[in-house]
Write a protein that binds this ligand. Sequence first.
Ligand code: AMP
Length: 637
Amino acid sequence: MSRYADFYRESIEQRDAFWSEQARLIAWHTPPRQVCDYSRPPFARWFVGGSTNLCHNALDRHLAQRALQPALVAISTETGTERSYSFAELHAEVQRMAAVLRALGVNKGDRVLIYMPMIAEAAFAMLACARIGALHSVVFGGFAAGSLALRIEDAEPVAVVSADAGSRGGKVLPYKPLLDEAIARSKHKPAAVLLVDRGLAPMPRQPGRDHDWALLRAQQLDTVVPCEWVESTHPSYTLYTSGTTGRPKGVQRDTGGYAVALAASMQHIFGAQAGQTAFTTSDIGWVVGHSYIIYGPLIAGLTSILYEGLPTRPNAGVWWSIVEKYRVTHMFSAPTALRVLRKQDPDWFGKYDLSSLKALWLAGEPLDASTAQWISDALRVPVIDNYWQTETGWPILALAHAVEPQSTRFGSPGKAMYGYHVKLIDEASGQELNTPGQKGVLAIEGPLPPGCMQTVWRDDARFVDTYWKSLPGRLIYNTFDWGVRDADGYHFILGRTDDVINVAGHRLGTREIEESLATHPNIAEVAVVGVADPFKGQAAMAFAVARDSTGLDSAAARLKFEGELMQQVDRQLGAVARPSRVHFVGALPKTRSGKLLRRALQAVAEHRDPGDLSTLEDPVALQQVRDLLDAPKNTAP
Ligand code: AMP
C-alpha cells in the first residue's frame, strides 16, 4: 500500500481520529468537544463545541513570529501600483475596517456584501468581517446590476463595501452606478454603503447611506478590535453560484471546519511552509480567491499576491516577472489563462528567473493535455490539475504530492483527496460503479469533509433536494459532473450533467442567461447551450425565436437585434455571461411533452451526432439549426 493510499483510507475509515489530528493545525480559543456530528444527515457539523476565528488564524496568530513579513502584496498593472502589507500592517488595516463596519452597524451574524475590484481593501473587508463574526458575501466585480440585485435580496446585507471602479485592459469599469441600480431594484436596502475612492471614476454619494472609506478609516487609525470568538459551526460566508435554475444559490460555509480544511490542504496538497509566497491569479469573487488568495495562504503564514490586471498586459511576461520579483513558490491559475498566454510569444518564460517556483496548480475547468504539456515543458515544475467546486471550498480530486509524490496523468485531475468518499454512480439506477472505465456521476458519500458547504443560505430544503436527493435511491452528494476512474484511482472529468456551463473558468447557469434574454419584448423563446471553444473551454450560444420576425429578414437587421440582446445581457448579468452568438430560428427542438432538447441542440452546435431523437416532436427545428450553423453567410458576424 502506498503512503497516500494509507492516508486516504485513514481519513475515511478513522474519520474522527484523522480530522482531530488536522484540527491541531489551527488555533482554537476553545478546543472542540466532538469532531463530527452527523446525527442529522446530510447536515454535518464539524468540530462541535470549539470556538475560533478565521481572522485570528490568518493574522493575529502570526504576529509573534512574522509581524514584519509581507502578508499581502497588492499589484495592479491597471493603475501601475504595487503595495506590500506586512502581517502587522494588514492586522492594523483589518482592525480599522472592522471598526468602521461596526460603526456602520454591522454585528456578529450580519451580512456584508463586498462588490470590489482586486484591491487590498477587498481583502481588508473580508478579513474584517471574519474578525467581527459577520458573514461576507463577495460578488464578482464582473457581474452587473441584475445579478447583484438578486444577491442583495437573498443575502440581505446590512452594509455593502464597494469602490468607484475596476479596470480591465486599461479600460475603467465604473462599479458605483451598477451598485446604485442594483440597490434601487432590490427589495432589500442595505443601511450603509462603504466606498473606496480610487480616483478612477466619478462617484456621486447618497447622503446618509454612502460613506467614504478614507474618511472613516482616518477616525479609526488606532482602534483595537479584538477577534470575536465564534462557534466552529458559525457561518463565515456565503458565496453565490449558478445551478440549474435561474436563481443562484448562496453556498454557506462554516468557520472551524473551513479553517482546518484550508490549513490541512496547504500542508498536504500544496506542501506549503510559512514564509513562502503564493500567487493565485483568480478573483476574490470566486471560491479559489476565497480559499487560496485570502484564507489558505494567510492561515499557513505565507505571503499572498493579489493581482489586478490581465496576464498579457503590459506584456505576456508580467506574471513571470512577478514570480521572479517576489520569489513565488506556489502558483495557482486556471487553464484559460494559460491558453491565452500560449497564443503569445513563448520566449517570455526564458526572460525571468523562475527557480523559486515549486509547482503550478490549475483548476476551475478541464485542463486539456496539450496546454498541460506546453506549460510543464515551459516551467519545468509539476503542473497539478485539481478538481473542485464552490460548494466544496478545496480540492476533491488532486495529487497530494506532499503526502507522497505521484506521477501525473495528463487529462486527469488525479485521485480522491483525503476526506472525500468519492463514488461513481449510475444515473439511472443509483448503483455504484466499480469497474474501471465505467462512466458515472461523480458523487460523494456523506458526511462531506470539513470546509464544504453547510447548506444553501436560508434554504436547507434546496440543499437537501438539489445536492443530496438527485440520484435515485440514496442520500449522496451529487457534483453534477460526469466522471470515470482508471484502475489506479485516477479520475477523469467528462463534463456537467446539468445545464451549468464553464466559460473561461467562470461557472454560469444557462437558465440565467435565457431568463435575461427572454426579458426582451421581442423574444418569444430562447435556449442557451455551452459550445466547445478552443480558448474559453466553452462559450454560451443562444438560439432565439422572435415574437415578430418581420424586419429580421436581412442579415444586417439580425445583427443589430443580436447586438441589442447582447447589450441587454451585459447590463443585466454582466459581460461574463454574454453569449458568443444569438442565432434566430423559427422554433426550438422540443420533445412531444414540450421539453427543450438542449443536449441535442448542443450536439448539433458542436457538429456532433445528437444521438437518440425518438422523442423529438418536430425534426425540422433541429435541421434548421444545423442548416443555419452550416451556412457561413447566415452566421458571419
Ligand atoms: P466552480 O464552482 O465555479 O468552481 O465550478 C465547479 C465546476 O467546474 C465543477 O463542477 C466542474 O464542472 C468544473 N471544474 C472545476 N475544476 C475542474 C477540473 N480540474 N477539471 C474539470 N472540470 C473542473
